[in-house]
Design a binder for this molecule. Structure first.
Ligand code: G6P
Ligand code: FE2
Length: 184
């Protein structure tokens, strides 16, 4: 029997993916209307500004029970007003589905929120490991001056539920005030 070469690779430095069945999603400022607090600052910025990119390895179809997806998110550094660049954030469509995140490069914060709107936050750094339990919304924030790269692995049938976040946010925003990173 032939021992084959691996079909996929990820960069040990920043998690960049290569190989079969990988895809890339780009999210720009214009995709996040209503997500940031300072609408005046938002409207002054170039809507084509790239906020983050997600590379994904999807060996099975979305919705496959028992399947897994593997991805790396790359968040650019920057702010809208005082608020750091962040992902949209989501609950899973099948809400009890959990997920792992791990920090690869850069500095950030992972914000969690339960179904009652109670929020909490953890620092993300190279080598940090984060378990996101089911029924918990999650959002990544880049609090550094460099790109934040974070790996993730989640069930292929988890799906994304953005509605509740678009409506009422996470109850907490990660900002820089007087040179300090705060959650308020
Ligand atoms: O979907 P967003 O909230 O914009 O986050 C961007 C992406 O971040 C991680 O890689 C998640 O595991 C993905 O499922 C998610 O799509
Ligand atoms: Fe998720």
């Amino acid at each position: 029997m032939e021992i084959k070469d691996p079909r996929n690779h990820f960069s040990k430095e920043n998690g960049a993916l290569s190989g079969e069945k990988t895809s890339k999603t780009i999210r720009k400022l214009k995709d996040m209307k209503g997500f940031y607090e300072d609408e005046e600052a938002f409207n002054k910025m170039d809507p084509e500004t790239v906020l983050y990119e997600v590379e994904m390895h999807a060996p099975v179809k979305a919705g496959t029970e028992g399947g897994l997806f593997f991805g790396t998110s790359f968040l650019n550094p920057g702010k809208v007003g005082e608020e750091f660049f962040m992902t949209k954030g989501h609950f899973h469509e099948i809400i009890n589905r959990a997920e792992y995140y791990w920090g690869l490069e850069g500095e950030g914060v992972l914000v969690f929120m339960d179904e009652d709107g109670n929020a909490s936050a953890e620092k993300v750094c190279p080598g940090s490991l984060h378990f996101v339990p089911g029924k918990i919304a999650h959002r990544l924030v880049n609090t550094g001056d460099t790109k934040l790269a974070v790996g993730a692995c989640w069930p292929a049938d988890a799906g994304h539920q953005y509605g509740p976040i678009a409506e009422s946010g996470f109850g907490v925003r990660i900002k820089e005030k007087n040179g300090t990173i705060i959650a308020e």
